[in-house]
Design a protein around this ligand. Structure first.
Ligand code: GDP
Length: 444
């Protein structure tokens, strides 16, 4: 049904030469295809527009990588930006409050609110060992209250006994009182939905919110809602204030565009993904998976990984060559530091050089600490491009400026420059000794 983005991009990039920078016209042509892919994946139009603009800005001018096609490279950029936009923070439920912690579940009718309430309750009970009480505030549909009660029995989580002639606010207050009295850790309030956004629903949810001060207000929304997702999410977020989203029906063939739309509009994290009707069909949110799904390519993840690997290897080769010539500048050092940071310790180019293990350990030991690397990165980023290319410029006043700009001290700047000097010297020697010969084979 969906054409893969890679196929589409193939034609666009056939014209582009394999070397050079990604040009505006080529990127624009590719992004036209990305735009169609996003719309087909049900991402809302305003979100698509913003996203495309952002990616264009980042992609134009990027160096074209030798061994991946420009199309693949654009996919990688698109993919990385999608992941970033979908959010990488852990979507855990916040329970930082005096118990019982109130959690408000909101959303349109049929979105999966009641089911998700039970799913979250089960998870809180089993994983977090919390004592959970659930209460339905749906005074309009007795069936909805009954549904929650039955689900509660199935997962062995208590539900507030149903009483007649109560308002949603009074049920919520009764639930909190019962929660306090009976020593519950969490009280989950399943509010009544409507078929579409309407004022009385919003007013009701706001009244309940003001009565209980929830720590979490979670929007439950159907992944199939696509274009409507933005309206729903925006309305709830503006009126009620959301802290998280649970996206349901991701077991279906929804392309996941709703996830991106809702996340973009509210900025709140996705705290769970519904993948079926059963109470245990709740998964953590994996931005990479959803990004792959949105791009509509089963193999997008492996493709992106391949592109990323290639990009890293080419970068490593490039730096290794410069090292050999003794032309290793601070720009290269920055790239090297980032590599080390990404690999979480020793690594990067240095580890690819044969016969250098021990030396590398000595030099890189200072770098292993995340914070040290961050500082070093900040120092280099506070230099001008010219300074990075030409260390000799680094006089006392420049060093002072760089220290101030990076929030470090002149000593720390000196230390970094010394380290760079050491690396350059060693590299030069290695080059002379022909110690880099094995590199090509190693990088294969
Ligand atoms: P509510 O009106 O928002 O409370 O929606 P319900 O919780 O009653 O869910 C409506 C229907 O969707 C029910 O038949 C659920 O079993 C089903 N449902 C909820 N979440 C999921 C999900 O993640 N996947 C699938 N396939 N069905 C779901």
């Amino acid at each position: 049904m969906f054409d893969s983005l890679q196929n589409r991009l193939g034609d666009v990039f056939d014209r582009l030469k394999k070397r050079g920078a990604l040009k505006e016209a080529d990127v624009t042509a590719a992004l036209r295809e990305v735009r169609v892919a996003l719309l087909e994946a049900d991402v809302a139009l305003p979100v698509v527009k913003d996203f495309i603009d952002k990616v264009r800005e980042r992609a134009v001018g990027q160096e074209v990588i030798k061994s991946v096609s420009p199309g693949q490279q654009v996919i990688k950029i698109v993919h990385d930006n999608l992941v970033e936009m979908l959010g990488t923070e852990a979507g855990t439920i916040n329970l930082n409050a005096v118990p019982p912690v109130p959690i408000l579940m909101v959303g349109l009718q049929g979105g999966g609110k009641t089911t998700s309430t039970a799913k979250l309750a089960k998870r809180l009970k089993e994983k977090d060992r919390k004592k959970v009480l659930m209460a339905s505030l749906d005074i309009y549909r007795p069936a909805a209250r009954e549904q929650l009660r039955v689900l509660g029995e199935q997962i062995e989580v208590a539900t507030l006994p149903i009483a007649e002639n109560e308002t949603p606010v009074s049920i919520a207050k009764r639930a909190m009182a019962a929660g306090k009295l009976q020593g519950y850790d969490v009280v989950m309030l399943d509010t009544a939905g409507r078929l579409s956004i309407d004022e009385s629903m919003m007013d009701e949810v706001i009244q309940v919110r003001d009565a209980v001060n929830p720590v979490e207000t979670i929007l439950v929304a159907d992944a199939m809602t696509g274009q409507d997702a933005v309206t729903t999410a925006r309305n709830f977020h503006e009126r009620v204030g959301l802290t998280g989203i649970v996206l349901t029906r991701m077991d279906g063939d929804a392309r996941g565009g709703a996830a991106l739309s809702m996340r973009a509009v509210t900025g709140v994290p996705i705290k769970g993904v519904g993948v079926g009707e059963r109470a245990d069909a709740l998964e953590d949110f994996h931005p990479e998976r959803v990004a792959g799904r949105i791009l509509g390519m089963g193999d997008v993840v492996s493709l992106v990984e391949k592109a990323a690997e290639t990009i890293e290897i080419e970068e490593a080769e490039r730096i290794a060559k410069k090292m050999q010539k003794g032309a290793f500048d601070l720009e290269d050092m920055l790239s090297q530091l980032r590599q080390v940071k990404k690999m979480g310790g020793l690594g990067g180019v240095m580890s690819m050089l044969p016969g250098i293990g021990k030396l590398q350990k000595q030099m890189a030991n200072a770098n292993v600490d995340e914070n040290v690397i961050k500082k070093q990165e900040a120092i280099i980023l506070s230099m001008t491009k010219t300074e990075r290319k030409n260390v000799k410029l680094m006089n006392a006043s420049r060093r002072r400026r760089i220290a101030a700009g990076s929030g470090t001290s002149v000593q720390e700047v000196n230390k970094l420059l010394k380290q760079h000097q050491d690396m350059t010297r060693v590299m030069k020697q290695m080059g002379k000794m022909g110690g880099m010969k094995g590199l090509g084979a190693l990088l294969g």
